[in-house]
Design a protein around this ligand. Structure first.
Ligand SMILES: NC(=O)c1ccc[n+]([C@@H]2O[C@H](COP(=O)([O-])OP(=O)(O)OC[C@H]3O[C@@H](n4cnc5c(N)ncnc54)[C@H](O)[C@@H]3O)[C@@H](O)[C@H]2O)c1
Length: 317
């Protein structure tokens, strides 16, 4: 029999966190959302508790973990790539110092499992296709550097202190609720612009094809890893592959559904250099073997669902 769990979700007001609340609450689990924002960015499931707080404030983290005694922490609080580059001091404080304090408190207060989403930005060019699971990591962005730091930190807490740290390197997340702050948000923004009948300019090359993943698959991946039998895990940091269309193919998929949309390409060398430094495809054989990872959405199904979500906003879009 499954015993219900208490999930403490940092970055609980964010896009991915809000979507995670529905399956968690649906399974009867208790969900505590912790975030510096005043309120969640989009709808959350009924029954979730919301705590406004700062991940960099150790006292607040200590008190919250002590009070709610979570079995599992989903650590999603972060500045994204663009914001980290714009304010490096804050980016390091939130992403790295925040994670360190959270891991310390999780260990000290007996949290069983901590799950952390790393990113394709944790790698940097030149990269083979697919990127092997243990390929050297030399990210170009500070955001990527913070992701590598937390991967190593979590692995240390597991190896030296027995904390059940689990991490998955996600491709670029495609979501109707994507917020500004991520360089990688251009694919989501193209869909949103087209559905709202706004013009959109792709700043990448038509051939640019960083790995992508639809938000509904992100939710499945995070929960798949979070709930996997620990004895089946052969590693602590997993690659996750879903789909890798070119920007030109994404543009065509949008135009097929919104023929009136005004989409064009005007390559920005700096944006393109960064996006093209990221993995095109991950080797994710360990995820598939250890916790049965399998994406459900490809380009066509994702495009259909995305456009439907924008026509009818709600959970998981
Ligand atoms: N969106 C993507 O493409 C993508 C890809 C790979 C990994 N990820 C990772 O997934 C996680 C969630 O991403 P998201 O897309 O939901 O982003 P998001 O920006 O929607 O959510 C991040 C949340 O962190 C919160 N936050 C920022 N500073 C904080 C602080 N000091 N204290 C507490 N909360 C704070 C923000 O208010 C925000 O609600 C992040 O770790 C991100 O790096 C995202």
């Amino acid at each position: 029999m499954d015993v219900s769990k208490t999930y403490f979700v940092t970055g609980g007001a964010g896009n991915i966190a809000c979507q995670l609340t529905f399956p968690l609450a649906g399974a009867g689990d208790r969900v505590i959302l912790f975030d510096i924002a005043e309120m969640p960015a989009s709808a959350v499931a009924d029954g979730c508790q919301y705590v406004q707080g700062d991940i960099t404030d150790r006292e607040q983290i200590k008190k919250a973990i002590g009070h709610y005694a979570p079995t599992t922490v989903l650590h999603l609080a972060s500045l994204l790539s663009g914001s980290t580059e714009e304010d490096r001091e804050l980016g390091w404080r939130v992403n790295v110092d925040g994670a360190f304090g959270l891991l310390q408190e999780s260990l000290r207060q007996g949290v069983r499992t901590v799950v952390f989403p790393s990113s394709l930005a944790a790698y940097g060019a030149p990269l083979p296709v697919p990127v092997p699971e243990d390929h050297p990591q030399w990210p170009r962005s500070l955001y990527g550097v913070t992701k590598v730091a937390i991967e190593r930190l979590g692995n240390y807490y597991h190896q030296q202190h027995g904390l059940d740290f689990r991490c998955l390197r996600l491709p670029i997340v495609i979501s109707a609720q994507a917020r500004p702050g991520a360089v990688s948000g251009y694919v989501s923004r193209a869909y949103i612009a087209a559905c709202q009948q706004d013009p959109f300019v792709f700043q990448v090359r038509e051939q640019s094809s960083p790995a992508l993943i639809y938000i509904k698959d992100v939710v499945r991946a995070i929960l798949g890893l979070a709930t996997a039998e620990e004895s089946r895990l052969s590693r602590r940091v997993y690659n996750v592959q879903a789909l890798s269309p070119t920007a030109g193919q994404v543009c065509a998929a949008i135009q097929a559904r919104r023929p009136e949309s005004e989409l064009r390409f005007q390559t920005d060398p700096a944006v393109t250099a960064l996006i093209d430094s990221w993995p095109v495809r991950f080797d994710d054989q360990s995820s598939r073997r250890d916790w049965n990872w399998q994406p459900e959405y490809g380009l066509e199904t994702m495009s259909d669902d995305f456009c439907q979500q924008l026509a009818r906003p709600g959970p998981a879009g």
